[in-house]
Ligand binder design. Structure first.
Ligand code: CTP
Ligand code: CA
Length: 222
């Protein structure tokens, strides 16, 4: 196959990435989460390993097999994801945040199953740490790439995140189109960096992963 003869664009580089949703416990039997399938992150992990990178994948709960030659760390909550990522940061030249990290967690996780009582109840939430921004502000930061899931004003919000989180690159997908993104096998990405941008039209996530990694390899090496 072509891949055996093609250049291993990521040879000698090591990549750390997050994937999947996080789960924020409410009590011992309940949690808050989201519909992330983990497919995009796993496709990137798989493609990066094929392209010669040493790959560490920190993932929330997903129903996907571990790609060949990828070392996988399973976590549940955003805090656990951060705790798994930070000791790895200095060992990697590239970080890609693909996970759909819950923005909020439960303020006080109940020790016992919450019993129903009144007709209404409220859950108090507090902000989770921002894993991507924490990696990007590390003193020995890797080349740091974020994802942005947006339903509207994609370019404006994505560029805002690029600047605010001090990223090297951001890949934005429009999640208002349910044929692509989140649970789909296909995705399209608009990619922005400090002085440039490109658009990858909708294709299979495996192909898209290779396109994105080829672009990242170019930027990391220059
Ligand atoms: N991210 C993260 N930790 C968080 C929240 C987000 O690492 N606590 C990362 C995601 O993995 C993604 C990027 O930040 O790479 C953008 O996530 P997104 O949800 O689009 O942006 P937020 O900064 O959370 O802003 P908002 O949800 O308000 O749009
Ligand atoms: Ca968010």
């Amino acid at each position: 196959a072509a891949q055996f003869f093609g250049p291993k664009l990521l040879a000698g580089l090591s990549l750390l990435l997050t994937a999947g949703p996080t789960r924020e416990a409410i009590d011992p039997v309940r949690y808050i989460s989201n519909h992330s399938s983990g497919k995009m992150g796993f496709a990137i992990a798989s493609a990066a390993a094929e392209m010669g990178a040493a790959v560490t994948l920190v993932t929330g709960p997903v129903n996907l097999p571990t790609p060949a030659n990828v070392s996988r760390i399973n976590v549940e909550s955003a805090q656990q994801m951060l705790d798994a990522v930070m000791p790895e940061v200095e060992k990697h030249q590239i970080f890609i945040g693909c996970a759909a990290v819950a923005d909020y967690k439960i303020a006080d996780i109940a020790d016992c199953k919450i019993k129903k009582s009144a007709a209404e109840m409220q859950l108090a939430l507090v902000r989770n740490p921002d894993i991507l921004a924490t990696v990007a502000s590390h003193e020995k930061r890797p080349f740091t790439v974020g994802f942005a899931a947006e339903t509207n004003d994609v370019e404006q919000y994505a560029k805002g995140k690029l600047a605010r989180k001090k990223l090297d690159m951001i890949a934005a997908n429009d999640v208002s189109n349910s044929d692509i993104g989140f649970n789909s096998d296909q995705n399209a990405l608009s990619v922005f960096w400090q002085d440039g941008a490109t658009h990858f039209p909708a294709v299979n996530k495996q192909i898209l992963a290779k396109q994105l990694l080829t672009l990242i390899a170019e930027k990391v090496k220059t």
